[in-house]
Design a protein around this ligand. Sequence first.
Ligand SMILES: [Zn+2]
Length: 375
Amino acid sequence: MTKKKLRLKSSAKKPLLVIGIIILVLILILFFYFNRIGELKNLGYSESAAKNIIFKFKYSYVIGIGKNKTLNAAFESDNYKEENLDCYAKIDYENQKHLISNINKLLDKGYNVNEVSLIISKGDDESVSDFTKRDKVKYIEEFLSVDYAKLENLDRYVAYKEKENDDAETTVLYVNMDFDKEDYVDPIVIDDFDDYVLVNKHRQLSGDYIPDDLVTIDDEYVKADEEIEIERNVAKAFYDMAKAASKEGMELMVSSGYRSYADQEEITNTYLELYGQNYVDNYVAKPGFSEHQTAMSLDIASKSVDTFVESNEYSWMMDNAYKYGFILRYPKSKEDITGYKCEAWHYRYVGKEIAEYIHNNNITYDEYYVMFLDD
Ligand SMILES: [Zn+2]
């Protein structure tokens, strides 16, 4: 009797033991699972990416790579492809909606990881998506490795290089400056006021482009009997500069400042009536194409000498203007780039930091803008 009882007891214990072991194993699995999710999240992976990494058995692979934003995006995406895993890890991340599907398409086209990185970094979601529809293009690395290259200009780089045979850096710079387009044809039209605005023969200000903080230049700095307006910060910088110059015996004056779109229209019409279309086309800035409409430019004069270029003030400005944030906008040595004959008197305010860079590197604002400010 007792034996039977004991037997019954031991056979009832067995399933309990199995259940116990199963529960223990489940607890261990869950422990490892959450532990690994935690580790991946610490590395910067999102919850959903971390789950997919574990379910796709790529935990060790990802831990071996470490933090990687492109991998994170790949594991978050429905477009994840296992065969591209090594490539995802080597491609620089960009915050683009179709990043992973575009990477897949570019890899399918036969681009290498370096080319894919360049393509996605030099375009935006839309231009990259468009680009994936094209047949494979050559010269990707040559042009797109230039810092300020733009994917949407790639065909223009190729065409310009064939024509001019400049090096890749110059080609990218010049095409971004629209040197492959005729002056005044199909210009970019700008309407929002911006201190750093670039105006040239390819970039026009609209009639709505109106500076927001104009002040009148003090009479003592104005030669003719007229009111000259300028942006407030430019006026301040000019006064600082004029005071410093006067300590060295220089007398800086202003002969022109802000001119509105309407002013420029009036000037154009006056010259048109007096001298005809040909004269106007060659010598008068069309409305919107004058930098004076930005209110960031000043024509500088000397109080005592009428021809500015012959004055001591001219030399002083050449050596010192940049310290106060002004640059000579149309220098003699840069006529090919600015598209303007030298204007020894025309200064543009860009702030001290940019002015110093432009001065030290002997470049124009057109080049600086394309290299550092254009997006
Ligand atoms: Zn001027």
